[in-house]
Design a protein around this ligand. Structure first.
Ligand SMILES: NC(=O)c1ccc[n+]([C@@H]2O[C@H](COP(=O)([O-])OP(=O)(O)OC[C@H]3O[C@@H](n4cnc5c(N)ncnc54)[C@H](OP(=O)(O)O)[C@@H]3O)[C@@H](O)[C@H]2O)c1
Length: 380
């Protein structure tokens, strides 16, 4: 399976905030091989129980060298994990099925939504980094669906060709504005101009990246700066400039990221840092939109290796794995945006979604909101 999407924790419209979770009297957070549950702790090792602690706070995952250490907060009055009547297995038996059921329900709920190309008909869409690669393919899909498109990149001549092909394919309108996303003033003005050309904006697809080759990090701070500016900061500037229009249209922001923005990958440290930053920033903004009832969706797209010319050149002789087709990848990104999915995973391996999907993070994000007093931010 190459592609999965999910939208596990978005609230149905009309839901109250903060949300209520089917309330187990204890709760947990987990990282691979370890779990942390705050409160009065019983400590277990991989080999068995090793001791206990009663610290009221657990700010991080504590570990004993060589051991996977697990802390649990149990309901008041519950015998400890070392006690006779409750064990880790009993705890898992009790709480794991409802939690898994909850996630499966969300998964199937989101998977049942059907994409229809008409969803994009007449919609006003910006695609950045659209002179080649995945961005170019997204422009062509959008054109076939009858959308208005404004594309951008630095090279005018290639953009011209993309625009004329979009018109041939049936775009409602197609324009280009050339410029560099190293220039934040250009980024801001570009959105305003594109909005004027189309008379508004429904979807902002952020896709461009600065040129990156695969190399050991040599201490090149300029490359780190450029990567953070082009791959991250300009995304923030573009979305800030677009937000008023997107609020009006109840529109969408689509952020194209990478596996390198979810897991460590060697030889691309500055690129990876910029992609992780996208996750941190846009996932946080997505939560804020949910809290403040801003109906602008944010879709983060996590891509594996895609057969664009740039990527094929960059990985040549370094990575031996099949690349997925850019045309299909482009379509899946658009579908995820149109369906307002939180995340889109597109890769040649099903493990990417299964392992990077990280339900533990989602559960923790969801539960951690309960300790925030967010009332004063709502309807401000
Ligand atoms: N291909 C993959 O294997 C792969 C894997 C994971 C994630 N992704 C993500 O998918 C997205 C597209 O990748 P791709 O392979 O399609 O890239 P690509 O073919 O290299 O296209 C990059 C686009 O960005 C533009 N660009 C480069 N520097 C720019 C700048 N300073 N200002 C404005 N535009 C600039 C390029 O046009 P100009 O040179 O004309 O400016 C081009 O249109 C990226 O976000 C990438 O991280 C790709």
């Amino acid at each position: 399976m190459r592609f999965r999407t999910r939208n596990p924790l978005s609230l149905p419209s009309g839901s109250s905030w903060p949300p209520t979770f089917p309330s187990p009297s204890s709760y947990f957070c987990s990282t691979l091989g370890r779990a942390c549950i705050t409160g009065s702790y019983t400590i277990l090792s991989a080999a068995g129980a090793v001791g206990s602690s009663s610290s009221p706070h657990c700010h991080g995952v504590k570990s004993t060298p060589g051991l996977n250490t697990t802390y649990f907060r149990l309901p008041h009055g519950t015998p400890g994990l070392l006690g006779p009547s409750i064990s880790l297995m009993a705890f898992m038996k009790k709480y794991l099925p409802p939690i898994l059921g909850f996630f499966l329900a969300y998964y199937y709920y989101s998977a049942n939504e059907e994409f229809r190309p008409e969803m994009l008909q007449g919609k006003k869409v910006i695609v950045t980094g659209a002179s080649k690669g995945i961005g170019e393919q997204m422009a062509y899909h959008l054109a076939k669906m009858g959308a208005h498109v404004v594309v951008t990149a630095r090279s005018k001549e290639t953009l011209k060709k993309v625009v004329s092909h979009c018109l041939e394919l049936g775009a409602a309108s197609a324009h280009y504005i050339a410029g560099s996303m190293e220039n934040m003033t250009f980024a801001e003005q570009f959105v305003a101009q594109a909005g004027k050309l189309m008379g508004g904006l429904d979807m902002l697809i952020l896709n461009h990246i600065t040129n990156t080759s695969m190399n050991l990090f040599s201490g090149d701070i300029h490359l780190v700066h450029r990567s953070m500016e082009v791959n991250f900061l300009s995304y923030v500037v573009l979305s800030v400039a677009a937000l008023p229009m997107l609020k009006q249209s109840n529109g969408s922001i689509v952020v194209v990221s990478s596996k390198a923005g979810k897991m460590a990958i060697p030889l691309v440290a500055p690129y990876s840092a910029s992609k992780f930053a996208l996750d941190g920033f846009f996932s946080s903004i997505r939560m804020e939109h949910s809290v403040t009832k801003v109906n602008v969706s944010i879709t983060l797209c996590i891509l594996g290796l895609i057969n664009t010319d740039t990527a094929m050149k960059a990985v040549s002789g370094i990575i031996n794995t099949d690349a997925s087709p850019k045309e299909e990848c482009a379509l899946e990104i658009i579908k995820g945006g149109a369906l307002r999915q939180e995340e889109v995973y597109y890769d040649n391996s099903v493990w990417t979604y299964l392992l990077l999907g990280n339900p533990g993070r989602k559960i923790l994000e969801f539960l951690s909101l309960r300790s925030y007093s967010l009332d004063k931010f709502i309807n401000n």
